[in-house]
Design a protein around this ligand. Structure first.
Ligand code: FAD
Length: 238
């Protein structure tokens, strides 16, 4: 996550605990949910993060928890996840355990140096709100590959030549990372009571086909006072 290679190239890759989600995930067998993902936002269950249930079919599911690094301590994500799983899926079997950190602070200032491009978590390209980084890493990896091929053909892998990578990946995902950061910064400040207010405010709305930003927009319209900092997300839209 904190890229050592980036540091060797003079890029400040240090992350503060508040910029990381510390995560634990179990692959469970025997989960009765094959058709929808579940997200639980709660300071009690997952301080500064969330718990998730992602079904994979045939009774298997990835069930995990992310805790903001500044609110976590040794072993906390695993302890909270074990408690969550015992409550929710008492008869499920743990097949696999994964632990790790995900950057949730938005992108690093610079992702290129002479002969170097940072991609994925090393470049902090994971979504600050969801912590999801696989899709972005793949999309941006394609750009990095194309730029690398072009630069090698030209015989120039200088920082200037690799500037095309920096420009293209920011054009592709920069705005969505910025938006997610604004939303996450507010959500981590909310109490469980506030989070319940938000959830109840849209409980009669059909959100099953709504994208993440559509839901953010709906929550803002329904709770403008609580989510006042979100106004900057909608300003340019008039
Ligand atoms: C518990 C957990 C659950 C997650 N769930 C999801 C999810 O459901 N969806 C999603 O989109 N994202 C999820 N993420 C985030 C996602 O895993 C990362 O954003 C994504 O894997 C980033 O890809 P990457 O290639 O940048 O880094 P990585 O996947 O971490 O790959 C880096 C690779 O480099 C290797 N490496 C490191 N140092 C060296 C070295 N010196 N020499 C050689 N190799 C080295 C590592 O071993 C590793 O294989 C999750 C993260 C965690 C921790």
């Amino acid at each position: 996550m904190e890229s050592l290679v980036g540091r060797w190239a003079g890029i400040n890759t240090t992350l503060a605990p508040s910029e990381i989600e510390t995560c634990a995930q179990f692959l469970l067998k025997g989960v009765r949910n094959d058709d929808h993902s579940e997200f639980y936002l709660s300071n009690r269950l997952a301080p500064g993060g969330y718990a998730w249930v992602f079904p994979k079919g045939d009774g298997m599911a990835n069930v995990g928890i992310g805790v903001l690094g500044s609110r976590s301590e040794g072993g906390m994500p695993i302890e909270l996840l074990s408690r969550f799983v015992n409550d929710k899926f008492p008869s499920a079997k743990v097949v696999e355990v994964i632990v790790g950190g995900v950057p949730v602070c938005g992108p690093i200032e610079r992702t290129i140096a002479d002969g170097l491009m940072l991609v994925g978590d090393a470049a902090r390209q994971s979504d600050p709100l969801t912590g999801g980084g696989i899709l972005n890493a793949l999309d941006v990896g394609v750009i990095a590959g194309e730029v690398a091929a072009g630069s090698l053909e030209e015989g120039d892998v200088s920082r200037e030549a690799l500037g095309e990578y920096e420009k293209r990946w920011r054009e592709k995902i920069g705005v969505s990372l910025e938006r997610s950061l604004v939303v996450k910064e507010r959500l981590v400040q909310l109490s469980d009571e506030d989070l319940n207010t938000l959830a109840h405010s849209i409980k009669d709305r059909n959100i099953s086909k709504m994208g993440l930003f559509g839901m953010v927009s709906l929550l803002f319209k329904t709770n403008p006072k609580l989510l006042w900092s979100f106004r900057k997300l909608f300003k340019s839209k008039g």
